[in-house]
Design a binder for this molecule. Structure first.
Ligand code: TRP
Length: 336
């Protein structure tokens, strides 16, 4: 194994990639691959914690894998959580080192259980939803990750992960687990073009997201109709809608950014010009992604094979940790 520091992050297989998750997280994952040993997981066990479609989940996982590889994640860094059942096993062990009081305080649990009760006719909040952050702690600690790049909505889960590691270490009388650090990189927060007061998220509906593989015509239409006059802040400040267009330009590395910003500052910017430039930049970006995706889809079997192989390789790391953990906590640890 290399002596590079380890980075780990995971994503749930719910829906296709959009520019919000690309610029907000995945682009950063792609960049980190050149300086760290990276582990990126498709967490399908986590996707079972909310009401979901059993007939669709597996395909959703494969679709997301295709998307991630198309935008530059290396297949050898990817794993599927359910191909590495040791995550669930370590999750169980961690259940016994996690406090109900602390887990009950997780805001993501409170928020999600609320949406379940609003949506579902017969309210069903699973134990899995409650236990979600304990499994997340297992995802991270099983690879002894040094850094976890996530949004600040995950800070609480990371804090809990460190508490579990700490309690485990204390109980076994050894500094076994590395306490992982959150890697907060400044990533743009992309808003919905249709409602720049809310973040780009699929849960709000199709018009609120721009797909990473969206066709040119759709992108142009979405940007053309992007709301610019909502969220006007106090005197003279840029409206949230205009800010979002600039943010997209900057995130996509547009060369027109500076020029348009000076026009804005001089008060001569035409929103139609800003929109045209934003659409051009995004189309350029997505065209490259669409081409890569078509290439991958021509040989999807090969990609599936690669991902199973990489999961098997990554599983070896997980198995090693689990054997050591079972030994430390007094379980049977025979290697069959
Ligand atoms: N909870 C994370 C999210 O909602 C997903 C996740 C699961 C995760 N396990 C993880 C993120 C481990 C980082 C590390 O985005």
């Amino acid at each position: 194994m290399s002596d590079q520091k380890r980075v780990l992050s995971c994503i749930q297989p719910t829906g296709n990639l959009h520019l919000g998750n690309y610029f907000g997280a995945v682009k950063n994952w792609v960049d980190l691959q050149s300086s760290y040993q990276c582990f990126y997981g498709i967490v399908d066990y986590h996707a079972m914690t909310m009401p979901y479609n059993t007939k669709k989940l597996r395909n959703q996982s494969w679709d997301l894998i295709v998307d991630l590889v198309s935008v530059g994640i290396k297949p050898e860094n990817l794993f599927v959580q359910s191909l590495i059942p040791e995550h669930a096993e370590l999750g169980w062990i961690f259940n016994c080192f996690a406090s109900v009081g602390r887990v009950s305080n997780m805001t993501q649990y409170k928020d999600k259980s609320q949406t379940v009760s609003e949506k579902a006719k017969d309210t069903f909040i699973s134990v899995g939803l409650f236990d979600y952050p304990v499994l997340q702690a297992a995802d991270i600690l099983i690879y002894k990750a040094d850094f976890v790049p996530v949004g600040d909505d995950q800070d609480q889960h990371l804090e809990l992960t460190r508490e579990i590691a700490d309690r485990f270490n204390f109980n076994v009388g050894k500094d076994y687990f590395v306490l992982p650090k959150t890697l907060h990189t400044k990533t743009p927060r992309i808003k919905s073009p249709a409602d720049p007061e809310r973040k780009m998220s699929k849960s709000a509906g199709e018009k609120h997201v721009i797909g990473v593989f969206a066709e040119e015509a759709r992108i142009r239409k979405q940007i053309k109709s992007a709301v610019t006059d909502v969220g006007i802040q106090t005197d003279g400040q840029m409206s949230l809608g205009v800010e979002n267009l600039f943010e997209l330009m900057r995130a996509a590395g547009s060369e027109d950014f500076d020029g348009l910003m000076s026009d804005y500052e001089a008060g001569t910017l035409k929103y139609s010009a800003l929109k045209d430039a934003t659409a051009d930049t995004l189309v350029k970006l997505t065209t490259g992604f669409i081409e890569k995706k078509a290439e991958i889809l021509e040989n999807k079997k090969e990609l599936k094979y690669k991902i199973k192989q990489s999961s098997a390789e990554i599983r070896k790391v997980a198995q090693e940790t689990l054997l050591e953990v079972k030994d430390l906590v007094g379980l049977m640890n025979v290697k069959f």
